[in-house]
Design a protein around this ligand. Sequence first.
Ligand SMILES: [Zn+2]
Length: 308
Amino acid sequence: MPTKSLAGSPRGDLELEVWGARGSRNLTPPTSKIANYTSCYSLKAGDDLFVFDGGRGLGLLSHAVSSKQRFRSVKRIHLFLSHAHMDHWEGLKDAAWFWQAQNGLKLTIHGSKETIETVQRGYGHPAYVPLEILASSTLRDFTFTTWKAGESRVVRGFRFRTFALNHYSGMGNDKNHLSTLGYRLRSREGFSFAYLCDHEPTAETESIEASMLKDANVAIVDAHFPDRSQHAFGHGSQEHAAALARRFPKTFVLAGHHGPTASDAAIRRAHRQHGKSVRNFAIAAEGMRLRWNVRRGLSVSRRQIERP
Ligand SMILES: [Zn+2]
């Protein structure tokens, strides 16, 4: 039986899907069996679609929304951006939602003030066409919403909390810290999801990671590098992601944001090395789909885990 959300709309299974799990750049042509497109993950809940980051994977997701039966119910899209780096919002201009006339969808883009202002500048004249103009003849409604770290709000029946992640680019005098938000959502029925991307774990960030992963059913974690000793430029590793999976055995940890030059063999090697016998740890691979409902809990196809 479908359950009722806080907003009162009927909800059955929640579906989490991976659309873009490559960090920093897209692989062109798409040669990887794991990840070719920059960050994008979706969680479908009835007629609401929550999206985490708008990299090039967003183009694939938006195409699926307009063409696949399983997305037919979607009316509202809530896109949560982690930070201002272009590889997390470059997919917006490819999204079918901005090109299909009067498509009836409502889109809200969430992010920190720095992120939203960067997206608006990035698509503003003369770099491109402001998204509001693209939206005017396509979407039913289009808005931006800003968040600070440490906020808590209900969005369509889901309790969202934001966390300050540790992300930067450059080094020395060129080091630029980004206002980066980690998101955690919880449904009234008890499903909880954490998104920690992009993020470089340190001793100081341990408590944030614990707050986000504790009791989460699924977490997507920055695993840009294979090893902890390589942590740099605001990114984490498969080794650290595997350690989180050991520490939080009830949380299914997906290692995402695979490094821009990492081969499939290298990604799998790191996973085997660090994730040996950790059953709740997997590589985030594009096309992967996880389901949750209140009766059965989380279901993941083993085939997708073993052969991403
Ligand atoms: Zn970044």
